[in-house]
Design a protein around this ligand. Structure first.
Ligand code: PLP
Length: 345
């Protein structure tokens, strides 16, 4: 293989065990299924139509998204999971390098390596918040997850605007995978700033992680760049069933919003319980909490929970090895989690 790729440190996805049934709190999926109208949309006819190629322009899906988000089709890009957009953005806008936090989504450094993009890695502050001043006047691609992962901490819309405004000669990508759980979306700012690429996904708040559907909202010039790369790699990258289920999901947005409200409520309850057990819980605006105990190491808690049938996510990085990231599931799942943690402690 080409040496450039042979030495890549590839992304490690969260475990997707097929052997036994776990309470799965490790990859931030929704505990709630897609809405009933999504289930109804997958008809026998649609399955029979799988013999045909899908619409490369995703016209119906894009029209529903445009309607719901209040944008024109030229301002929306649809992708096979939002990871695809991150990939394309490092490919397209990384020639002068890329700046992103030291503790953030693990894929950014993988895409940087993949495309030979020089990384400037900016440490979070001691309280795990993003140091806004350090992200100004970079002259290179800026990538920020807001809320950040795995901390769950969000920047305000005002702070995001400061960063976008202070980097008008380069692209600022805001990854809003978790924005529906209490953050503020910056998508409307794309009408004011041509350098802002706002990225979202159907994987977390819209219960379609397995469908693989992501999107970007931006000025039409940035969208045209992404389309160019898409048509140069895989024009049929959103399969028929995903276009259909995605369209039905947009039509039933109220269902997704109500699931988000449930998750926020459960998150508050879990946070209170963990704090009363002596945990440090970072203030989360996402569908997970990032927590550490002074009674048990992060790795040990992860292992003990796994042996009791509950999967959470542990990261080996020094700065966060005391922590675990725990996805917010249903109330029932989270009660089991808390009981198992009590047993372990
Ligand atoms: C889950 C996640 C994504 C990827 O989502 P897909 O749309 O499933 O590819 C992107 N960014 C962050 C920060 C995530 O946590």
């Amino acid at each position: 293989m080409n040496e450039r790729f042979a030495s890549l440190e590839e992304y490690t996805p969260g475990e997707q065990p097929q052997d036994k049934k776990y309470i799965k709190l490790n990859t931030n999926e929704s505990p709630y299924p897609p809405s009933k109208s999504v289930l109804r949309a997958v008809t026998k006819k649609e399955i029979s139509d799988l013999r045909l190629y899908c619409d490369p322009e995703c016209k119906k899906l894009k029209a529903e998204m445009a309607k719901l988000f209040g944008f024109n089709g030229e301002n929306i890009f649809i992708s096979n999971g939002s990871d695809d957009i991150l990939n394309f953005a490092f490919m397209a806008y990384g020639t002068k390098g890329a700046a992103y936090p030291d503790i953030t989504y693990g894929f950014y450094s993988v895409f940087a390596q993949l495309h030979g993009v020089q990384s400037e890695i900016i440490p979070l502050k001691d309280d795990f918040t993003i140091d806004v001043e350090q992200f100004k006047n970079k002259g290179k691609l800026v990538v920020i997850a807001n809320p950040n992962a795995p901390t769950g901490i969000a920047l305000s819309l005002k702070q995001i605007e400061e960063i976008v405004k202070a980097n008008q000669d380069s692209v600022v990508l805001i990854d809003e995978a978790y924005v529906d759980f209490g953050g503020e979306s910056c998508c409307k700012l794309t009408q004011k700033y041509e350098n802002l690429l706002c990225v979202g996904t159907f994987s977390k708040s819209r219960s379609l992680a397995g469908g693989r559907l992501g999107f970007a909202i931006a000025n039409e010039k940035l969208i045209a760049d992404l389309e160019k790369i898409k048509y140069s790699t895989n024009p049929y990258n959103i399969n028929r069933l995903t276009q259909i289920t995605g369209t039905a999901t947009m039509k039933d947005n109220a269902y997704c919003l109500s699931n988000c409200r449930k998750i926020i409520k459960t998150r508050q309850w879990v946070t209170d319980e963990l704090i009363s057990l002596g945990f440090t819980v970072l203030p989360s605006k996402a569908n997970f909490v990032f927590v550490k105990s002074d009674k048990i190491s992060g790795l040990k808690l992860y292992e003990e929970l796994k042996s009791k049938g509950v999967l959470v996510r542990h990261f080996e990085k020094d700065k966060i090895r005391d922590f675990n990231r725990i996805t917010i599931g249903t109330d029932k799942e989270m009660k089991i989690l808390i009981n198992k943690i009590k047993e372990i402690l």
